[in-house]
Design a protein around this ligand. Structure first.
Ligand code: NDP
Length: 330
């Protein structure tokens, strides 16, 4: 069926500047790590993406290996780009990455020039687009000179395959090194993609957020809902259609009785603020001004709607922050 985006979509969303760059990103972005593989009906993927776009979510985040099987999320999004989003390419920020295992042999993962450039070419074919807006090194490779990985990103930009580049999960020290190399090359390095949530605060203790502020690079923080733990989903049990019941990426051991009690206490704080727990968890990451966008996942459109509702209340009292810290530990 023909899809027409909501005419008011740009009135609903907040757009934040990505560091000191010219690029603005929606405060909420949608990631396609889960629920976009061959195990999910195509119509569900279409509904999630069009709901997001109707709410002003212009940024869709992928990686070569998202599926299952690896590559299938890019293929599914390529179909949506060709059908529902046809004619809207210039309104979209599409990102993909290379770093994790994608194909067999020594050239199918990590950070060599051989892998990064081949992987980007494969991603562009699956997505059916000439370029991505952001291309990431998905993880630091300790066995490849950082210069080689960064020069491969630079070449993607010079060849018109990516408009901007980013790095994901690099620590503060590696980020400074990457920045120095990319600056000397004149590469538009604008963004870092780390994990960050109430339950996972390494970007604070490592100094990464401070570093990003100093060098003027934006951040898009992944798993702000701790894969669903910071929602009302697991308050009492593990529902059948949840990630914890289906995927190895969220292990049920994290949902111990003690953790569940803490989640219930956080839920009560959110209720007092007039928010869902998911909304409070998203609002919480924006305490840090270096955070450009919260990168969520969703298994159904209603979750996207709920998450975008977080933008109605982003402020916290000192008491609320203190109380949250009693129950949400790193
Ligand atoms: P989240 O922490 O946002 O978890 C998403 C899950 O939370 C959903 O699948 C859903 O679980 C549940 N959920 C979402 N909204 C709600 C809601 N309003 N109410 C109740 N439950 C809700 O993020 P992800 O872990 O999915 O990661 C997001 C994105 O980050 C990925 O798609 C990917 O793009 C990126 N990422 C990047 C990584 C990297 O190395 N760079 C690593 C991991 C992720 P359910 O499915 O159970 O319904």
């Amino acid at each position: 069926m023909q899809y027409t985006p909501h005419p008011d979509r740009y009135q609903q969303m907040i757009y934040n500047r990505c560091g000191k760059s010219g690029l603005q990103l929606p405060a909420i972005s949608l990631g396609l790590w889960h629920n976009f593989g061959n195990d999910t009906a195509h119509q569900t993927k279409v509904d999630i993406c069009t709901t997001a776009f109707d709410l002003g979510i212009t940024h869709f985040d992928l990686a070569n290996n998202y599926g299952p099987p690896p590559g299938s999320a890019e293929i599914a999004f390529g179909q949506i780009l060709k059908q529902q989003f046809a004619g809207y390419r210039d309104e979209l920020i599409i990102s993909t990455k290379a770093g994790y295992h994608m194909w067999d042999g020594p050239y199918g993962e990590w950070g060599s020039r051989k892998y990064i450039i081949s992987s980007c070419d494969q991603s562009l074919k699956r997505l059916g687009t000439d370029y991505v807006d952001i291309f990431y090194s998905h993880r630091f490779d300790p066995n490849t000179p950082l210069e080689e990985s960064m020069m491969a990103l630079d070449q993607l930009v010079r060849n018109g395959k990516a408009l901007y580049v980013g790095i994901s999960s690099y620590n503060s020290q590696r980020t400074k090194e990457a920045y120095t190399i990319l600056k000397s090359l004149g590469t538009p390095f604008v963004i870092h993609q780390p994990s960050y949530s109430m339950l996972n605060r390494w970007v604070e203790s490592d100094g990464l957020l401070d570093t990003l502020g100093e060098i003027g690079i934006g951040s898009i923080v992944f798993s702000p809902l701790a894969q669903g733990m910071l929602t009302d989903k697991y308050l009492h049990d593990i529902p059948e259609n949840s990630r914890a019941s289906q995927s190895k990426s969220l292990q049920t051991k994290f949902l111990s009785e003690e953790n569940r009690k803490n989640i219930q206490a956080l839920h009560a704080i959110a209720q007092r603020r007039g928010q869902s727990l998911a909304q409070m968890a998203i609002a919480w990451v924006f305490r840090k001004q270096q955070v450009t966008s919260a990168l969520i996942g969703a298994s159904r459109p209603q979750q996207v709607i709920d998450c975008v509702g977080s933008l109605k209340n982003l402020s916290f009292t000192a008491e609320e922050i203190h109380e949250i810290d009693l129950y949400a530990k790193d």
